[in-house]
Design a protein around this ligand. Sequence first.
Ligand SMILES: [Zn+2]
Length: 336
Amino acid sequence: MTLEIPRPDDWHVHLRQGKRMGDYVRAHAAAFGRVLAMPNTIPPLTTPDEISAYRELAREAAPDLDVLTAFRLMPDTGGEEVSALADSGIKAGKYYPDGVTTNSKGGLSNWRQIESALAAMEASGMVLCLHGEEPTASVLKREEAFLPVFREIREAFPRLKMILEHVSSAAGVQAVIDDQGPSAATVTVQHLLFTLDDLIGGSLNPHLFCKPVVKTDEDRKAIQERILDGDNRFFFGSDSAPHEKGQKESPHCPAGAYTAPMALPALVSWFDGVDALDRLEPFLCEFGRNFYGLPSNRGTVRLERRSWTVPQISQGCVPLMAGEELLWRVVSISAV
Ligand SMILES: [Zn+2]
């Protein structure tokens, strides 16, 4: 059995910097047509020039992959800067609470710090991508503890497009369902498929350790239900976050799951397994681009139902589900 779909979108990726960046970009290009890169680089991506230089590096590595880049909202980002970013074609800005995850020091401690930036984002139709965790709360409650901020921003900016990135809890799912304005959530492979038991129930799996952490079966079910329901506010964003094997398997394991090499086969295998292949294409190719107001990608990707083992190492990293068998594989991708 084979399946051909338009080259899909991944609305949340980390491409990093330096010598491995090209490898990570190509890993996405092997399965996707467009990605939204997150700006938690050092220094962070905050200006049109920095962003176009970063996109140029990505383009050199994989000319067929459309790499969009969010800018990072800093405590001093103002409305004029946002307007300049919007004029240069940038579609999204990323909100990191201070210290919440990899390279997020110097982030925001209060959304009111960026009121004028948010007003400019709303006026220009930009998307606010939220890392929705309150870093001072207990780890399993961090997403829920952030939701008052989500609601306060909505009250102040009724037309602002907001995405609760890598939604991980039933409370987060419910906040998006209940929201009266234009909001959505990105869904990762790990939050769709796994729970805390997979992370720490047996021997610790550092390659599944990410922020926000995978949670309970109830939380996973709430996410799965939205996807199976075909809810257009829930679409794919992998949060693929490469860290080299030695770092992940150290006493100071950083947060992040590397999913670029296995995300698409894992998703197709899951949708097939729950007899919902008809939900796959909207989740991967339609809902997200409609939310962002962008055209569909050219080209297609072909998949085949022939089992495949996720490699033990890819681009120096251990991918999620390394060594495990998936039912589907990517056969080929074409940009035209
Ligand atoms: Zn991320």
